[in-house]
Design a protein around this ligand. Structure first.
Ligand SMILES: CC(C)(COP(=O)(O)OP(=O)(O)OC[C@H]1O[C@@H](n2cnc3c(N)ncnc32)[C@H](O)[C@@H]1OP(=O)(O)O)[C@@H](O)C(=O)NCCC(=O)NCCS
Length: 244
């Protein structure tokens, strides 16, 4: 069997980006909106940041994933801890260890870019992806409600997040895991589970967000509180104010 190879900067072609985009779309068509769709243009644009990993075997693309940094320069200058979501994982060939290899490389690469003062996280809806994060990336499962500011930054699903519920009339996301024990159904589906690289750094991030809220005279989001549309709006105010 041919060896896997990682694409070098500038090597990704539009045709390969289309295959990645198509792979994500096929997955969504199969299981529903568990991942956000990405166009080939978006895949290329993100790849140009140097934060993506694309693996090929022969000429075939077999894996893609990327690191999305969440805070802009101004927000980062206030909290001084970047948040990087490892997302858009797609293995075109499944169950052969390719996802594991790609995710490990992705974390290494993004650690080189963002350094030690960054929180790396992912949100998983499938047991196989969660296995990679726990076993191979050594990430920790945590509850969304214990990290309300990180929740605001990562809950970007338009159909269910409290960030968008005023438009859709949903009061709270029904898909989030409420216990750290995870029980997959027969298809491997799990409640949406947040995993993070460093719990202490994430707690420090939340502390700095509370401190910044206080400084700006905004209400404070506490660890363990119920996530509501109203509270997400408060978090939005904070990040808008920090970014302006
Ligand atoms: C998630 C994904 C990238 C994993 O890639 P993969 O190459 O199939 O996975 P691997 O072969 O490296 O296996 C990863 C782990 O999942 C386990 N696994 C594989 N298939 C599994 C299944 N059907 N159910 C439960 N666990 C499974 C493996 O045993 C391994 O666990 P281990 O670390 O304990 O040995 C791939 O399945 C995929 O593209 N899924 C669709 C998109 C998706 O879910 N992306 C994640 C968005 S966050």
């Amino acid at each position: 069997m041919e060896k896997l190879r990682e694409l070098r900067p500038g090597e990704l072609t539009f045709a390969q980006a289309e295959i990645i985009s198509g792979g994500i779309n096929n997955y969504i068509a199969e299981v529903g909106l568990e991942m956000l769709p990405k166009t080939a243009e978006q895949i290329i644009q993100q790849y140009c940041t140097g934060q993506s990993v694309v693996l090929i075997r022969g000429d075939e693309v077999v894996f893609h994933s990327t690191g999305y940094e969440v805070l802009d320069e101004k927000q980062l200058s206030k909290v001084r801890i970047q948040v990087v979501e490892l997302g858009s994982w797609i293995a075109i060939l499944r169950g052969q260890g390719i996802g594991k290899m790609g995710a490990v490389r992705l974390l290494e690469q993004n650690r080189e870019i963002f350094g030690q003062n960054a929180i790396f996280l992912a949100t998983h809806k499938r047991m196989n992806a969660l296995n990679i994060s726990e076993h191979d990336l050594k990430f920790h499962k945590v509850l969304y409600k214990d990290f309300p500011y990180l929740t605001f930054l990562t809950c970007t699903c338009e159909n269910c997040s409290e960030n968008f519920t005023s438009e859709h009339g949903i009061m709270s996301c029904p898909f989030r895991a409420t216990f750290t024990e995870v029980y997959p159904d027969v298809t491997g589906k799990i409640d949406c589970t947040l995993v993070i690289s460093d719990i202490e750094l994430a707690q420090e991030f939340e502390r700095r967000c509370r401190e910044e809220s206080q400084r700006l005279g905004l209400p404070i989001l506490e660890q363990g509180e119920t996530i509501t549309t109203e509270r997400m709006k408060t978090a939005r105010d904070l990040f808008d104010r920090m970014g302006s």
